[in-house]
Design a protein around this ligand. Structure first.
Ligand code: 9MR
Length: 561
């Protein structure tokens, strides 16, 4: 199935209905110049996407206003809690599907698709599962997946599942959950295989938070998805939860992040969108919130393989946010009285194609100043650009002035950036350009020239050695890699390279920044462990996956300072 196919029709009947629905929606759009009255789902369908909401069983059973809006505005639903393990199998082998069935039948009645959330998670899983030994835990997991997915396998409304949820911790390392601690990383592949066996037609997703922009955690997720697919594990889709907050800023390079996952051949989707604020709510915060909603929808629309956007509920009357983040709330697109907020209009207009075409580049950034220059790093600081074209300032790119083609040295969202991986004793002439949300680049700033420090030679020098701390059939942990200053002068920054055997993929690292090019991994010191006096050591570690049965581990640790 092409990853760009936004939704899977489960039968000829639903295919025909979907086609008819799409046609009607399109006719409605083109027949009505002012389509402000069309619902979100009509605009989404016309763009070939879904617009979804999480549904809670309580208000679904008791409130007409909740039911009516859920039916009218959305063409996809995700049970907020009703399909989690504590709801579906509270005691071993005792399954209960009352809440889930109520949501699935509501969806079927309203021509909505259902996304199943979630099969394997470290939260909302009963204690009896957590206390099992490895063999019993693996078979309980497989049985749970088989029963829950199997129950809805022939139901055309239920089209996709979050098979595993939040397998990474906040640092981008595999989360030390009871799943991982008991079964090792293999539980992830096993869960996907069990889900595929239970419903060969369902789309199977991995879902996580704080992975919306390009960052260490999303890169760890990217590496894991890439490695699972290389091993033939049936991962069809990646869900980006998108629990955002206006006080923390919009994720950097969201569209590019979605695109890099799409380029792996998976479908991508926004799965739990909400945008919270520090209370009380006011018009300024509402306006900022609306731009976040708009920008998420536009990021998805700009990526062909992005199937749609699910908002984590729709009314501020029912949201997880105030219970979890004290003093914060108002994260959804309707207020507590079911009145539309500016965020609703933003989602509506973005889905309706109402985005302004921005062709105006940001203003030229100030001349960068260089500081903290070491053998391999330098920090640049400049004054900000502004953007008036409508799409907003998205960040900055630093280039090296080198003649015909100037290579990029780094990018970021703030007005300061530390360049890493520079060559020792080398003169660099660099400049900065600003970028807006539509991809327009500003003129280049004036350049700054600096020369990196001399490494090795005059009393410098370092060595590196890695120890395999633990390993299993499909992976291993190398901890510590010890870096020693073998010279007579203090080192300010070190770089260790080593060789990763073919077919292996990094799945996490700590205490250094690791990048991979082919089979060569480069580990660079961080600010807090860059400086080593003669004889002093620093350590870092990493984890990798490998093809089942392969016993090779990395080799050739080499240090440069
Ligand atoms: O919205 C859900 C809330 O009602 C539950 O109390 C909570 C408990 O774990 O889970 C919330 O949903 C979470 C989702 O399942 C996974 N991603 C984060 C969501 C917000 O916590």
């Amino acid at each position: 199935m092409p990853p760009s196919s936004p939704q899977r029709s489960r039968s000829r009947r639903s295919l025909a209905l979907a086609a008819l629905f799409g046609l009607l929606a399109t006719l409605l759009l083109y027949a009505t110049p002012a389509d402000a009255s069309a619902a979100l789902r009509q605009h989404a369908a016309a763009r070939g996407r879904f617009i979804g909401t999480a549904l809670a069983t309580g208000p679904l059973a008791s409130e007409t206003a909740y039911r009516d809006l859920a039916a009218a505005e959305f063409n996809q639903v995700t049970p907020e809690n009703a399909l989690k393990w504590d709801a579906t199998e509270p005691s071993q082998g005792q399954f209960s599907f009352g809440g889930a069935d109520a949501i699935v039948s509501f969806a079927a009645q309203n021509d909505q698709q259902v996304h199943g959330h979630t099969l394997v998670w470290h939260n909302q899983t009963p204690g009896w599962v957590q206390s099992l030994g490895a063999t019993a835990m693996r078979s309980a997991m497989q049985n749970h997946i088989s029963q829950v997915v199997g129950r809805y396998a022939s139901n055309p409304a239920v089209v996709s599942w979050d098979v595993v949820n939040e397998v990474f911790d906040d640092n981008g390392n595999l989360r030390a959950s009871f799943w991982y601690n008991t079964l090792g990383q293999s539980y992830i592949a096993d869960a996907f295989r069990a889900a595929r066996a239970a419903d060969p037609d369902a789309r199977l997703c991995i879902n996580d938070y704080n992975t919306e922009g390009i960052n260490a955690k999303s890169t760890a997720l990217y590496n894991l998805v890439s490695s699972l697919r290389q091993q033939g594990v049936p991962v069809d889709c990646v869900g980006f939860q998108s629990h955002l907050a206006i006080q923390y800023g919009f994720p950097g390079q969201m569209q590019q992040n979605l695109q890099r996952f799409a380029d792996l051949g998976v479908q991508v989707r926004i799965t739990e969108l909400d945008v919270r604020m520090v209370m009380p709510r006011d018009a300024t915060k509402d306006a900022t919130q609306a731009t976040y909603y708009r920008d998420v929808v536009n990021a998805c629309l700009a990526v062909t393989a992005c199937a749609g956007i699910t908002i984590w509920g729709f009314t501020d009357k029912y949201s997880w946010v105030p219970d979890t983040f004290s003093g914060q709330g108002a994260a959804l697109i309707y207020d507590q009285s079911y009145q539309r907020k500016p965020a609703y209009t933003a989602v509506h207009d973005a889905l309706a194609g109402g985005t302004v075409t921005d062709t105006t580049p940001p203003t030229t950034p100030g001349t960068p100043a260089a500081s903290g220059v070491t053998v391999s790093t330098a920090t640049l600081t400049w004054t900000a650009s502004t953007d008036s074209g409508g799409s907003g300032l998205a960040g900055y790119i630093v280039y090296r002035e080198q003649g015909a083609t100037d290579p990029e040295l780094g990018r970021g969202t703030g007005t300061s950036l530390t360049l890493t991986g520079l060559s020792a004793a080398t003169q660099y002439q660099v400049y900065v350009r600003a970028r807006d949300g539509a991809g327009n680049l500003s003129p280049a700033s004036a350049t700054v020239t600096f020369t990196t420090a001399t490494g090795g030679g005059s009393g410098g020098g370092c060595s590196a050695a890695g120890t395999v701390q633990s390993q299993w059939s499909t992976g291993y942990v190398v901890q510590p890699v010890t870096v020693t200053n073998t010279g007579t002068a203090t080192i300010n920054g070190w770089t260790v390279t080593f060789t990763l055997p073919a077919g292996h993929a990094l799945t996490g690292s700590w205490n250094a920044t690791l990048t991979v090019a082919g089979q060569t991994v480069t580990a660079r010191s961080l600010a807090y462990n860059a400086t080593l006096a003669p004889g002093a050591t620093a350590t870092f570690g990493f984890q990798a996956s490998r093809p089942s049965g392969d016993t090779a581990t990395p080799s050739g640790y080499t240090c440069a300072s």
